[in-house]
Design a protein around this ligand. Sequence first.
Ligand SMILES: [Zn+2]
Ligand SMILES: [Zn+2]
Length: 221
Amino acid sequence: MCITLMGVNFFLITKNFKLENANAIVAAAFGGIITADFCSGFFHWAADTWGSVDLPVLGKHFLRPFRQHHIDPTSITRHDFIETNGDNFMVTIPFLGRMVWDFIALPEEEMQKKFTWNCYVFLLAIFIAMTNQIHKWSHTYFGLPGWVVLLQDCHIILPRKHHRIHHVAPHETYFCITTGWLNWPLEKLRFWIALEFLVETLTGFKPRADDMKWAQKGSVS
Ligand SMILES: [Zn+2]
Ligand SMILES: [Zn+2]
């Protein structure tokens, strides 16, 4: 359903595209990709840094996959297409559906007013949907199609070498896993450390406390 909606929206965008708005549209599309990269980093950071895998529902379904990925980074490469992408593809469906509605139901003038915004949402949705697949590719060293390697080498999607920086313990930087464009600037701004300091000050929780517990259990046994 997600792929069909992407195809339909792509057709409708091309059909209604006006060259005089090209600059705004390119900027919006670029903004959509950046936002997707930031979202991937934010959710990954939250899941890596806070809470325990023993928490009900959230721990098992959201936190554990992220934590286990640090212990066995290649297991992701053995997940099939649905297991890898199902959740993220599903999240984008309401937004892509709404966009089709805008294109076919709104009066021409109103549709054109929302066109740039919808281009932003379209790129955001594509890159959010593709995040786990892109992350999986960044761990795949054999048999990747040439076009994927080219996209990685041009840093249009997360390159393999770039993502390796996150996989060095204690996994406290380079959280963005869609394009990875924001990793360097956020690291220079010490963004994640500042955010962790803020959360710790407000709540008293220590970042990666659960990982520390794991490590202590390991050293006792
Ligand atoms: Zn991680
Ligand atoms: Zn990874």
